[in-house]
Design a protein around this ligand. Structure first.
Ligand code: ADP
Ligand code: MG
Length: 390
């Protein structure tokens, strides 16, 4: 990796300003899933061991640039304190004289968490004045928030103007794995693409047509491709406004694109709907495709056996409903058993492999939804580009 990491700089006695991704799901003020907090522990632990203090910052939810108490990071401070087994001081704001005083009073080994950066409009606007005030709190900047690396905000990009800026372990791991797929993947390199829409992912599909040896399509986006080939899709999710684009992608893909041959269809968008398995040529009016069928699953599995590198983005069906989860879960289970290097990107795809219970057996499940897609597309992520080169 050509970006500096926490290993490349001395941290002893420094006050480390660290951007983490603590954008955790909350229900009634309680954290329902603390995996993002846990994910930050290795970098936090390393920094503390080096004899530095840490000032952590993150956004949480969408408070639209103003103070909204329900988006306070206080619950995160409490949980982090339990996980670290030490006090985590909670700052009343992310900038201002009181916060500056708190930061300056930190001793090596101390941890301070700033209040939600998005309580200030300057965060998303990447306002230099707000960024400068954040930067003044620390002596070194560490970014470990891959999920926001595709956004040029004050806490991800602005601060790097004022401080030495390096990557934490999470970002390092993301770049290592995603870079493997976009750089020189061991071939055959196969990509599984699904999810709801083509329009969300045209850039990724185009990039994959260039890079991958095979692209297996599933999920809602398959419907639009199938309709572009002239098939009737009934009530299925179809994006009529990108049919021409879909036709064009099919033409340029020169046989690399694989489409489902059968599907699980339902007479309503509901888990307890009437369900049938049909060839994709046989979707009756009033019915909709909600998962790939068994023949498609078997065919995709056979193809994937040959792969050396696999990137997966987008569920194969509406996996949130158990009746339509088989396509997604059986692909997930298969990926867990393969020797190939497997990378999963995308928020819903990551949830799907976790729900299938195989996340630990997959080489890399990206923590960034949009960020991992942009990386796979070959775009430069501003939050990473802004870090110091080795
Ligand atoms: P990711 O977050 O991994 O990038 P997307 O957000 O693109 O994935 O897509 C996930 C969504 O796609 C899921 O909510 C799933 O229900 C939906 N989906 C998958 N297959 C279908 C389908 N056949 N019809 C409608 N929605 C689908
Ligand atoms: Mg999604």
């Amino acid at each position: 990796m050509q970006k500096k990491t926490v290993y490349d700089i001395g941290l002893k006695g420094e006050r480390v300003l660290m951007r983490a991704d603590f954008n955790v799901p909350l229900k009634d003020g309680k954290i329902t899933d603390d995996s993002r907090i846990r994910a930050a522990l290795p970098t936090i632990g390393y920094i503390l061991e080096q004899g530095a203090s840490i000032i952590l910052m993150s956004h949480l939810g969408r408070p639209k640039g103003e103070v909204q108490p329900e988006y306070s990071l206080k619950p995160v401070a409490e949980r982090l304190s339990e996980l670290l087994g030490q006090e985590v001081k909670m700052a009343p704001d992310s900038i201002g004289p009181e916060v500056r005083e708190l930061a300056q009073s930190l001793e090596p080994g101390d941890v301070l968490l700033l209040e939600n950066t998005r309580f200030h409009a300057g965060e998303k606007a990447n306002d230099p004045e707000y960024a400068k005030q954040l930067a003044e709190l620390g002596t070194v900047y560490v970014n470990d928030a891959f999920g926001t690396a595709h956004r040029a905000h004050a806490s991800t990009v602005g601060v790097t103007e004022y401080l030495p800026a390096v990557a934490g372990f999470l970002i390092e791991k993301e770049i290592q794995f995603l870079g493997q797929a976009t750089g020189e993947p061991e071939r055959p390199y196969m990509v599984i693409l699904g999810g709801a829409k083509i329009s969300d992912k045209i850039g990724v599909i185009e990039a994959m047509i260039n890079q991958a040896d095979r692209i297996l399509i599933g999920g809602g986006m398959a419907n639009t491709f199938l309709k572009a080939k002239g098939l009737e899709m009934g009530e299925s999710l179809v994006e009529d406004d990108v049919l021409d684009e879909a036709r064009h992608l099919l033409d340029t893909a020169s046989g690399k694109l694989e489409l489902p041959t059968d599907a699980v269809i339902a007479d309503a968008f509901a888990n307890d709907a009437n369900v049938r398995v049909v060839p994709v040529e046989g979707v009756p009016s009033g019915w909709r495709i909600l998962d790939i069928g068994p023949e498609t699953i078997a065919h995709y599995k056979e193809l994937l056996q040959e792969a050396r590198t696999i990137a997966w983005n987008g569920p194969m069906g509406v996996f949130e409903m158990p009746t339509f989860a088989e396509g997604t879960f059986s692909i997930a289970r298969m990926l867990a058993d393969l020797d190939a290097t497997v990378i999963v990107g995308g928020g819903d795809s990551a949830s799907a492999v976790r729900e299938a219970g195989v996340a630990d057996e997959i080489d890399h499940v990206s923590t960034g939804g949009g960020a991992s897609l942009e990386y796979l597309e070959g775009k430069t992520l501003p939050g990473i580009a802004a870090l110091d080169d080795k």
